[in-house]
Design a protein around this ligand. Structure first.
Ligand code: GLC
Length: 549
């Protein structure tokens, strides 16, 4: 947490991601909702987070769990009402928690009125707001490009004209139910600037921008080539959109933040989004995908800080979210990296080892310079649920890949709150079953079961966030690596703070310190066991070591 003297809150915040469908169910239909979030706000206050990011809750046919938005200025009835959301924002603010809404500007739902109007007639002016194109070949039967979707399969769907003849095609980088907007059109720009204002006027402190690098397309629609620039990811014209958005957030009182979902392998191109007149922050997916390996993590941390420094933006540290395999499961596998291309289920995992590493990773990510993200359930040590029956799976990534990609349902299973059996307090008594089944083994992972247990993941997160708030060294700032044995990460943060993470196979001695603040697992006298991290209070002056930020 950054204090006022340190700079704006988003530079050093702990930001908790609520996935509304799976957080808490207030009305008993088995699906999480705003009433549920309001009833569990005390959990987030006790956890000590600075802000909550809410995944989409807008009216939607839910072809992609709400990332297919039909109306950006309202709430889907399954989640509640706009009035309830306004109350939630106020209640969060009252307990010192800021709020961030998720805006999805790359595409909308096929149920959005603009797209419906566009479909109704080939002459509708709304066609210009999307990417409608004739097909290739004499009868237009070949899609306009061969671009491949991150959701597997085609990125174009052919329409049918009102007279039932085959019509033009429209572009959807994701599912067919998610038509891409044409961001070259001034109406699209004006509409989203108005949507931003709509939410900023309701007092939200930040906007998470979905698929933020994909909005601009090369209007000549060339084929994607392995070596050339992508015609639809990170096209330079995207930056002008965010300059316009930044002028809007800057015009509001308080520190309103734009946080981009930017998946880009090139660090300089990534940092371009964080120039002082663009976004405030972006998710660090390199860190999320990094192996549980000291050299790899150290390189990732260095690259992150080096990339952010020239643009003056804070780094972010992310271990999990609603799109990726939960890290307790990942870290228990032989290959601990994450990538969408290699995402599979049923890979052998040692959950005990994964949990031990996840505890150490929590202390690492919460003590690096910048902002940290916590995905709901991470603070409970939840693992990926890999045995969801086929007929209950909802994710288009699963269905569109024919099941090759297991999809993302396994990290979206409803949160266990209390009790010894499903629904673990997720829904009120006598309610419908949760929309995805919870493992019976989660009885030890409920909030209730973990509260007060000093060895629990929940109490580790609570303690870590409490210390982070109290220590000026943590949050935004600088760090310096300390000399350490192979396989060990050790860094200092001024004033007087050291973090040591042991990723080697042998226990290592602690460096000199005045007291031990927190450890992710039991220590063996003054030895730090493998896959364990510790936070130490150290005396100044600053130990030697090359400054990296
Ligand atoms: C982002 C979201 C993901 C969604 C996709 C399409 O990557 O995080 O959940 O499916 O965009 O909107």
């Amino acid at each position: 947490m950054s204090t006022a003297e340190d700079g704006p809150w988003w530079r050093g915040a702990v930001i908790y991601q609520v996935y509304p469908r799976s957080f808490a169910d207030g009305d008993g239909d088995g699906i999480g909702d705003v009433a549920g979030i309001r009833s569990r706000l005390d959990h987030l206050a006790a956890l000590g987070v600075d802000a909550i990011w809410f995944s989409p809750w807008y009216p939607s046919p839910m072809a992609d769990a709400g990332y297919d938005v039909a109306d950006y200025r309202d709430i889907d009835p399954v989640f509640g009402t706009l009035a309830e959301v306004e109350a939630l924002i106020a209640e969060a603010h009252a307990v010192g928690i800021r709020t961030i809404v998720d805006v999805v500007p790359n595409h909308c739902s096929d149920a959005h009125p603009w797209f419906q109007a566009a479909l109704a007639s080939p002459d509708a002016p709304e066609r210009e707001l999307f990417w409608f194109r004739p097909g290739r070949g004499p009868d237009g039967a070949r899609k306009p490009t061969d671009w491949v979707s991150p959701f597997a399969g085609d990125t174009w769907t052919r329409t049918t004209n009102p007279d039932s003849t085959p019509g033009d095609w429209y572009l959807h980088l994701f599912a067919p139910e998610q038509p891409d907007f044409n961001w070259d059109h001034p109406r699209v720009r004006a509409e989203f600037e108005d949507i931003l204002r709509f939410w900023l006027d309701r007092g939200v402190d930040g906007i998470r921008i979905d698929s933020a690098a994909m909005l601009a397309k090369d209007p000549t629609l060339p084929e994607a080539t392995p070596d050339g620039p992508s015609p639809f990811v990170d096209v330079d014209a995207v930056h002008d959109i965010y300059r316009g958005w930044r002028r809007i957030t800057d015009s509001y009182p308080g520190d309103r933040a734009l946080i981009g979902e930017v998946w880009l392998p090139d660090h300089e191109r990534f940092a371009n989004y964080l120039r002082p007149d663009e976004l405030h922050a972006a998710f660090n997916f390199d860190f999320l995908g990094c192996a549980w390996d000291a050299a790899a993590l150290r390189a990732c941390i260095d690259t992150t800080l080096t990339a952010h420094a020239p643009v003056g933006a804070p780094a972010t540290w992310v271990l999990s979210n609603h799109d990726v395999t939960r890290h307790v499961t990942r870290y228990g596998r032989a290959d601990t990296t994450f990538s969408f291309a290699a995402k599979r289920e049923g890979i052998p995992t040692d959950l005990e080892l994964g949990t031990r590493r996840a505890r150490a990773a929590a202390l690492l990510s919460l003590s690096l310079p910048g902002a940290a993200y916590v995905y709901q359930g991470e603070e409970l040590g939840l693992w990926e649920v890999e045995d969801i029956p086929r007929e209950l799976r909802q994710d288009p990534m699963y269905h569109r890949s024919g099941g090759v990609d297991p999809g993302r349902d396994g990290c979206r299973v409803p949160i266990p709150w209390t009790g010894d059996e499903p629904p673990f307090g997720f829904s009120p008594d006598g309610a419908a079953a949760p929309w995805l089944p919870q493992p019976a083994d989660w009885k030890d992972r409920t909030v209730r079961a973990q509260t007060g247990d000093p060895t629990s993941m929940l109490e580790l997160y609570r303690a870590a966030i409490r210390i982070r708030r109290a220590y000026p060294a943590l949050g935004d700032g600088t760090m310096a690596w300390l000399p350490a044995p192979d396989g060990v990460l050790a860094f200092h943060r001024p004033p007087g703070f050291t973090c040591l993470v042991n990723l080697s196979a042998a226990a290592v001695p602690l460096p000199p310190h005045t007291n031990r603040l927190l450890a992710s697992g039991p220590l063996d006298d003054d030895l730090l066991p493998p896959d364990t991290a510790v936070w130490l209070r150290t005396a100044e002056p600053t130990p030697t070591g090359p400054a990296t930020a």
